[in-house]
Design a protein around this ligand. Structure first.
Ligand code: UDP
Length: 246
């Protein structure tokens, strides 16, 4: 209908970006081009009026479980280092967003008052309602889990409609497409299929959390410019994980 107001597919989303997504090719450290690309994708969602909470990983700097294998520090400390890595990434992303004109705040589950705001649910909701992108740092604030779980928890806590899980490939496959040429792409999956077949979408605990409140998971290729906007415009991009009829 002419003049009809466009309604995005989702009203509020949690975007999960791994540390690798913010790194140059090779996946280590931070890359200016990668930061600008991710910030652009976020701005496109923001421009549509969609409320966005971004959960950033830290694997480009430190992954607790692999770091602990290289040295003799307690594993809990290695995970804390991983959480601090997510704060570094969040600050870089927030400043990149600001430089592109998108008002943004970092809220961290690990309290670092001199650097960013502490995560408080009500503050986070208020920021989003006021048109700010929130970048959630520090994961869950506790060791031994990953930022996938933090993203699922954030979706439940913030009453988001979907988790947009940015990956390095088109979506979910029956096997790793980089290793197994017989790997098949899955356009649609139920939560139970993901859990029972142990498909590599997100941590299984994160998938279970999303299932609990029917939060849709959209797995997509971060490197394809415009994918976030396409998902929000209702296009079939990547893999959709949800209830059977989703
Ligand atoms: N981490 C943690 N608790 C959390 C989130 C993250 O201990 O709630 C640590 C964990 O060691 C993890 C690291 O932070 O490996 C970086 O996060 P993640 O592996 O999720 O980053 P990504 O792979 O998404 O870049």
């Amino acid at each position: 209908m002419a003049g009809a107001k466009f309604e995005p597919a989702y009203r509020r989303v949690v975007l999960k970006v791994s540390g690798e997504g913010l790194a140059p090719a090779g996946g280590v450290g931070l890359g200016a081009d990668a930061l600008r690309h991710v910030a652009n994708e976020i701005c496109s969602a923001h421009d549509l009026g969609v409320e966005v909470a971004v959960v950033v990983g830290g694997g480009n700097l430190v992954r607790g479980a692999s770091f602990v294998r290289q040295c003799s520090i307690p594993e809990a400390t290695a995970h804390q280092m991983g959480m601090l890595a997510t704060v570094i990434n969040a600050l870089a992303l927030q400043e990149t967003l600001e430089s592109m004109g998108a008002s943004s705040r970092v809220l961290s589950a690990v309290h670092m008052h001199a650097v960013c705001e502490p995560y408080v649910r009500q503050d986070c909701l208020r920021h989003m309602e006021q048109g700010r992108v929130v970048v959630l740092a520090g994961g869950t604030g506790r060791p031994f889990v990953t930022t996938d779980s933090a993203a699922a928890l954030a979706a439940l806590e913030l009453d988001a409609d979907a988790v947009l899980k940015a990956t390095q490939v088109e979506g979910v496959y029956t096997a790793d497409p980089k290793v197994d040429p017989r790997a098949q792409f899955c356009a649609r999956l139920t939560y139970d299929e993901v859990i029972n077949q142990r498909l590599r979408v997100m941590d299984l605990s994160a998938v279970e959390m999303c299932q609990r409140k029917s939060v849709v998971i959209r797995v997509f290729n971060l490197h394809e410019p415009g994918n976030v906007k396409r998902i929000l415009m209702g296009e079939d991009v990547g893999t959709v994980v949800g209830e059977a009829a989703e």
